[in-house]
Write a new protein. Structure first.
Length: 223
């Protein structure tokens, strides 16, 4: 694993890990945490290990977050800069929770991203009040205060994405309602019965297996 900086801020870096043989594809892993400092790229490390063991090159990224130099538009800008910072060819963006938002955002805006897997993704900033409250922390205001930011940042307002989006969501997710995925236009959606929020990034679960299979399919369609 190699730590690579893509900017001068302490949060502008990622961890690049390559398999021993020629990679079968490349994945950008984007952690969640509702865009706040509480969580970091350590959430993505187990996913990176699992994916590298299956032959993928993995770029597990950090980014500036709310109250840590991030917010509008820095957080989104960082993800796009990180995608461009390493030369891995076409990549799949894999993101959990708020990282799912950033994965779909990257699919919309980066030519290098061939598709996104959103794991319990935050995809519609205006659909649920608890999500809107969190999005307001990212964007610096409520929808009636900064409507142009919601139009530019909320994946539901960015459709068509123009790339394949696969949503994997636990039916009993208490942090991000499953409707964030089931209502997202144009996506392939997998609702997992009896699954909550964090199981999707637990590499020992069948839920993670579903996410990994989604990555396999997107990569297989490109390579």
């Amino acid at each position: 694993m190699q730590r690579v900086a893509y900017g001068d801020h302490p949060s502008q870096f990622g961890e690049l890990t390559l398999p021993e043989l020629e990679p079968r594809g490349a994945v950008v892993v984007i952690h969640g945490g509702f865009w706040h400092q509480r969580y970091g790229l350590e959430l993505g490390r187990p996913l990176a290990v699992d994916l590298v063991g299956r032959g993928y090159a993995v770029w597990n990224i950090e980014y500036r977050r709310v109250e840590g130099g991030g917010g509008w538009p820095s957080t989104m800008d960082d993800v796009l800069a990180a995608v461009d910072a390493v030369d891995l060819g076409p990549v799949v963006a894999l993101g959990h929770s708020a990282g799912g938002h950033l994965a779909v955002y990257a699919a919309k805006h980066s030519a290098k991203v061939i598709g996104a897997v959103a794991q319990a993704g935050v995809l519609d900033f205006e659909l649920h009040p608890q999500i809107t409250k969190r999005a307001a922390e990212l964007l610096g205001g409520m929808p009636d205060e900064v409507p142009e930011r919601y139009a530019a940042a909320s994946p539901a307002r960015l459709v068509p994405i123009g790339k394949p989006v696969i949503c994997v969501h636990g039916q009993i997710d208490e942090d991000v309602p499953v409707e964030q995925s089931t209502s997202f236009p144009g996506a392939e959606v997998h609702v997992l019965e009896g699954v909550g929020h964090m199981e999707l990034i637990d590499v020992g679960t069948a839920a993670w297996g579903t996410c990994r299979q989604a990555v396999d399919r997107l990569v297989g369609a490109c390579y």
